[in-house]
Design a binder for this molecule. Structure first.
Ligand code: FE
Ligand code: FE
Ligand code: ZN
Length: 260
């Protein structure tokens, strides 16, 4: 994955820790992991971002699903220590009718069970589009989760541009305003990563359909502001656009070309 990233002009990448639909992960080969760390160091990589499987739901109603989620994430975090000091992103979850209060309680309970003092990985809560009963589509909901976690120093936030736009934050028209609100509600120092996606739908539509950069309702002008914003420009950016490898290469070149 490191070499593939370099081949398209990237200096970081996001990957699934296992099949995105869940299931078992391969055993970590410690020598492989060390080699990857050396390669990334040599090539000046930014932090890499692991993404938890989509099937996990920390605030599911069924206890078996919550237990599976906690077990999987704890296992992922153990594996992440073979490539120390990187990032692990997860979706806070869908409360499926239990309500935001109960959902938030379940998410914080899980994090309190799996985070460890010794881990070097920062766990990121992803901002969500608000589809169905997703928690985390407002900055306030993210803040409440962080507030309930004892080892909150291990937590950060990954801002997904499509999701926040879908959630009603006008990053296309008022990026400064949105980031100002993020800072007031969560604290800008919690922001550790950006998922770069345009949106197939207008602001506030809560649909979560990613579009290629510049081809959706967020638009190229907004992405130019995003890559150059003083609060964002030093953060790692990860593309999740509907593309094959060559398409990602073109988007990386496009975004690099806009950076001043
Ligand atoms: Fe995600
Ligand atoms: Fe995302
Ligand atoms: Zn999405």
């Amino acid at each position: 994955m490191c070499r593939e990233a370099v081949s398209i002009g990237a200096n970081t990448f996001q990957f699934f820790t296992r099949n995105p639909r869940g299931g078992a992960a391969k055993d970590v080969d410690p020598e492989d992991a060390r080699e990857a760390c050396r390669f990334m160091e040599e090539h000046g990589f930014a932090k890499i971002l692991a993404h938890a499987p989509y099937t996990l739901n920390p605030c599911a109603e069924r206890p078996e699903v919550r237990e599976f989620t906690a077990r999987t994430m704890a296992d992922d975090l153990r594996r992440m220590e073979y490539t120390p000091g990187n990032l692990y992103n997860f979706h806070p979850g869908s409360h499926v009718g239990q309500g935001v209060d109960k959902g938030t309680e379940l998410i914080t309970e899980m994090l309190n069970n799996i985070l460890t003092v010794d881990q070097t990985t920062t766990v990121l809560l992803e901002t969500m589009a608000g589809k169905g009963s997703e928690i985390g589509s407002t900055f306030g909901e993210i803040r409440r989760i962080i507030d309930g976690v004892q080892l909150s120093g291990k937590l950060g936030v990954c801002l997904d541009t499509c999701h926040v736009f879908d959630g009603g934050y006008d990053i296309a028209g008022d990026l400064d305003g949105v980031l100002g609100e993020f800072d007031r509600v969560i604290g800008i120092d919690r922001l550790k990563a950006i998922h770069m996606n345009d949106s197939k739908n207008p602001m506030g539509s809560r649909k979560d359909r990613h579009e290629k950069i510049g081809e959706g309702f967020i638009g190229l002008g907004a992405f130019e502001k995003i890559v150059n914003h003083p609060a964002l420009r030093t953060l790692p950016f990860y593309l999740e656009t509907p593309n094959e490898l060559d398409g990602y290469g073109r988007e990386i070149a496009l975004l690099r070309g806009m950076a001043k």
